[in-house]
Structures are given as C-alpha cells and as structure tokens.
Ligand binder design. Structure first.
Ligand SMILES: O=C(O)CCC(=O)CC(=O)O
Length: 264
C-alpha cells in the first residue's frame, strides 16, 4: 500500500480506479477503511467512473500515530487530509465523504479550504457544540478505563451500549487503535469539536447529510443543525438497516447530480 508521511505519522492509503474525478472517503473514530467496509460503510462502492482515495487516519488501522492528544483533534486530522490531497491530487477539487470523526474532519477541511471540495457527504454526524459537553466526559472516562483495564475493559463496556436500529445487522468488529495509543486518541477526541457555526454557514459546497436514528453518539440534532447551517444541503435519515443499504446508491446519485449541475 502507498504511504504518506505527515507531521510525525505515516498514513496508509490506497486509490482505486484510474480515471475520473477523485472521491476521498474517511472513516470514524477507532475504525479504519477495512473496518468501515465490514460495517457496510464503504459508501463509495456504488460509484462508477471515479477514482476513490481511502486512507486510515493517524493512529488508526495501518497508519501510525503520534503520542500527542491534540493531533487527534478534527482540525489537525483536517490538516492531514489536506496534506494528503496535495500529495495525491495537487490542485484537484474532490468529493469528500466520511462518517462521524470523518464528518468532523471534512467540516474543518471545508472551512479551511472550501475550494478543494466539489461536494461533501457528511455521514452520521457526531455530537457537537452543546451535545459535545457530555461526550467529552465519556471519552475521558474511556481513556482512564483503557489505562486501568486495557482494551478488553473498554470493549466489554462498549458491548453493553445500545445499538442504533440501522446497525442491527452489523457484524462484531475490533478496535483498530493500539492499546498504548488509545487513551491519547480518546483524549484528543474529548477536546475536539466542529468549527464554529458561523464558519460552517459560509461553506457553499453542495452537501448530503446521511444520518441514522437512535444513537446518542450521532444525534439527529447535529444532522438537523448542519442542514440548517449549510444552505446547499439535503438530509436523509435511516431508521433500519435497509435505510443504510440505500446510502451507497444515494451517494452515487448525489455525486452524479453535482457533476451534471456543474456541467450545465
Ligand atoms: O464523537 C466522536 O468523536 C466521533 C465518534 C466516531 O467517530 C465513532 C464512530 O465512527 O461511530
């Protein structure tokens, strides 16, 4: 696999397809491109005639990490993303898609460099702003849990959490962050948040928001707030696994429509 060195980490990535516009696909906290595939979240899979760039965020999957909490803030992950885009596709505008932490990363990147994005697909937007306060405590407690009981304690605790209806059929998967790095990544997640609402409202990139119901880590309130702020957006909510099965098709159709309206 190709690798890219940025700010002390080596990001593992791959590009499928040889022609067509570039799509960059991100993943969520404690996940990786492989694990998101197992969860049915390889959402660019229905798209044809495009190059798809996928990578593991620093500290996740096959990428290496740094022992610095702030490096896992969404703003810093956005710096990684923009640097990787400069490396793989200098000067090219791209379609970005990413769940949860990937959404936070895309929003920071789009605020910093809106000209790099043709479209954004924000999947299962996580807690943000007001709802981030309680999530922060959860992540700090998780960091301590790993330090005292290892990943096994964290996994055991997570297995008792309610599963959103849209994930009812998802297989069991493993955390992709090494045990010694996980507390650092968790504390980085605890300290981060979306960009300010005013900054998001200035982003004029066409946006599709794919959310699901019944998940406190990805509350519908965030999806709806983003929809209100982003003038060029549409929101679709999945309430069952069938709703999530439709997402690759919805994404492919959205990207095609964005390209057709640019050409018109
Ligand atoms: O709340 C966060 O920091 C992001 C949570 C996340 O990315 C987990 C997921 O992918 O479900």
């Amino acid at each position: 696999m190709p690798a890219f060195q940025v700010r002390g980490a080596i990001l593992d990535y791959d590009v499928t397809g040889t022609t067509g516009p570039l799509v960059v696909q991100l993943h969520g906290l404690t996940s990786s491109r492989e694990r998101d595939g197992q969860l049915g979240l390889n959402l660019a899979r229905a798209l044809r005639g495009h190059r798809i760039l996928r990578f593991d965020a620093r500290g996740h999957g096959l990428s290496t990490g740094t022992p610095v909490e702030a490096d896992y803030g969404w703003n810093r992950l956005a710096d990684d993303l923009l640097a990787l885009l400069d490396h793989v596709a200098p000067g090219e505008t791209v379609h970005g898609i990413g769940p949860s932490m990937g959404t936070g990363t895309l929003l920071h990147a789009a605020v910093a460099a809106p000209e790099r994005f043709r479209s954004l697909t924000l999947v299962t937007p996580p807690t943000a702003w007001k709802s981030r306060i309680a999530q922060r405590e959860t992540y700090l407690a998780n960091a301590e849990m790993v330090e005292h009981g290892g990943i096994a304690a964290f996994v055991q605790h997570g297995s008792t959490a309610p599963v959103p209806p849209a994930l009812a059929d998802a297989p069991a998967t493993s955390i992709t962050i090494p045990e010694d790095l996980l507390p650092t990544v968790m504390r980085g997640a605890a300290a981060t948040d979306f960009p300010k609402k005013k900054a998001i409202a200035k982003v004029e990139v066409p946006t599709l928001i794919l959310a699901w119901s019944g998940d406190r880590t990805h509350p519908l309130k965030t999806a709806n707030l983003l929809h209100e702020l982003l003038g060029h957006s549409r929101v679709v909510v999945a309430r069952t696994p069938y709703g999530v099965m439709a997402w690759p098709g919805l994404f492919a159709e959205f990207v095609t429509m964005v390209e057709q309206s640019e050409a018109a």
